[in-house]
Design a protein around this ligand. Structure first.
Ligand SMILES: Cc1cc2nc3c(=O)[nH]c(=O)nc-3n(C[C@H](O)[C@H](O)[C@H](O)COP(=O)(O)OP(=O)(O)OC[C@H]3O[C@@H](n4cnc5c(N)ncnc54)[C@H](O)[C@@H]3O)c2cc1C
Length: 403
């Protein structure tokens, strides 16, 4: 049990899980500083959690079986062929994932945080100053507080990380994800084109789009979530080099035109319609970044979630890694006799996982977006071999949680 005061900077998925970890490990006081006002914006996008990783985290008390989800099972890969309405299936890979709505996942974690945790909204942290046996959190409104431990769960532009590693920043990975959601009852006919348990992947030269069902906002109804990966035109790509100025909703008319051209040129008619039926207000563009820090803990500062490492979403493991980081922090805090020992144990446990996930993301990104194979020439055997060679056989959906 670690007594003392713990600050968590950021109150999203990683931040809620970190607050839960610190409270469970016995901290006297836990304060969450979340910059956003009131309730975090419901991002309304889908998240897919590998069945096995889900089971480990449910057992560890970080996920709730009661949350609405959709069970997925297969990942058919399709290409355009002549006038075939839903395209031609070139192969099928297993996809043992449960899909969630980001908003419900966040809300459930938020509800799980015990009432003794002080979760403050509209509380932007301007700077964190490490000290020998703690750290000072300086708020944008001029306030300051001292803590025994400060946990950075403040995402890819982390302020806590800047205090630990001022020269380490997220690096643009060279491609983008367009994301969109639409209500499942707006799907075009026929129903058989897109089975309930499928995460269909439309493959084209220079990218792919994965499509699967997710629970609707607040668990009401079912939505369809798609993520379309490809590189932007060279000139457009330049502006993503600086993550400090890039907003995830960075769609421009040029980028939207680019996506529509690719869809027209390469998608089977059914999947073209899925994209075209998606309301513009529920689509956005997210640049892909990656980053790994040398250590997840340094002095009395620790990082978790995207603040600690960012892997391309092709790994299907961003949320899983954040929750596992929190479970690892709880285990380390519970079992050590000093802050130093606990943070050393956390760092040793989680830093290698962060690095391996970033590497896997690069490899899967190359194989599926930047150096795509000749999809149409592939069959079941070829797609299985290609997936193994790209590294998809281990770590896709997250590594097993160490107990
Ligand atoms: C739009 C979107 C879609 C995603 N889709 C998927 C997916 O399909 N599958 C998957 O596995 N993962 C996905 N991810 C990634 C996954 O959600 C994250 O890896 C995971 O949730 C961990 O995020 P996080 O909590 O570390 O960071 P974030 O969600 O970025 O949260 C950081 C929080 O810190 C707050 N903050 C930042 N700076 C400060 C500051 N100075 N002071 C106070 N508060 C601050 C922010 O307001 C924010 O709430 C997605 C992420 C996003 C943003």
């Amino acid at each position: 049990m670690r007594k003392g005061r713990v600050a968590v900077v950021g109150g999203s998925i990683a931040g809620c899980a970190a607050a839960l970890a610190a409270a469970r490990a016995g901290a006297d006081e836990v304060v969450v500083f979340e910059r956003a006002d009131d309730r975090l914006q419901d991002r309304g996008v889908g998240l897919a959690l590998h069945n096995d990783r889900y089971a480990e985290l449910e057992a560890a008390g970080y996920l709730d079986a009661g949350m609405p989800w959709v069970q997925l099972a297969r990942r058919p890969w399709v290409v355009r062929e002549g006038t075939a309405r839903a395209g031609r299936e070139i192969g099928v890979l297993p996809f043992p994932f449960r899909s969630y709505n980001w908003g419900s996942l966040w809300q459930e974690l938020r509800n799980r945080i015990p009432g003794v945790v002080d979760y403050r909204t509209g509380a932007a942290v301007a700077r964190v100053e490490p000290e020998a046996d703690g750290a000072v959190v300086r708020l944008a409104d001029g306030g300051e507080e001292r803590f025994d431990l400060v946990v950075g769960a403040d995402g890819y532009r982390s302020t806590v990380r800047a205090a630990m590693y001022p020269d380490t920043a997220a690096r643009y990975g060279g491609f983008l994800a367009w994301r969109g959601t639409l209500p499942a009852d707006r799907l075009p006919a026929p129903r058989e084109a897109f089975s309930e348990q499928d995460a269909t992947t439309v493959a084209f030269p220079g990218g792919h789009m994965i499509v699967y069902r997710i629970p609707g906002p607040g668990g009401r109804g079912t939505d369809v979530n798609w993520v379309f990966y490809t590189s932007p035109p060279a000139a457009e790509g330049l502006r993503f080099n600086d993550p400090a100025t890039t907003h995830p909703r960075a769609a421009t008319a040029e980028l939207t035109r680019r996506q529509h051209e690719l869809v027209e040129e390469h998608f089977p008619p059914y999947w073209q319609e899925v994209v075209h039926l998606t309301p513009a207000e529920s689509t956005f563009v997210q640049p892909m970044y990656d980053m790994a820090v040398p250590h997840f803990a340094r002095g009395r500062l620790a990082l978790l979630g995207d603040a600690a490492s960012i892997a391309r979403p092709n790994t299907g493991s961003g949320a899983i890694k954040a929750l596992q980081d929190a479970a690892g922090l709880e285990r380390a805090l519970r079992s050590a006799d000093s802050w130093e020992e606990a943070l050393h144990a956390y760092d040793t446990d989680r830093t290698p996982v962060g690095r391996a996930t970033v590497e896997l993301g690069r490899s899967l990104g190359r194989a599926q977006v930047q150096e795509t194979p000749e999809w149409a020439a592939m069959d079941q055997q070829a797609i299985e071999r290609w997936w193994q060679e790209a590294g998809g056989g281990y770590g896709f959906g997250g590594q097993a949680l160490r107990r």
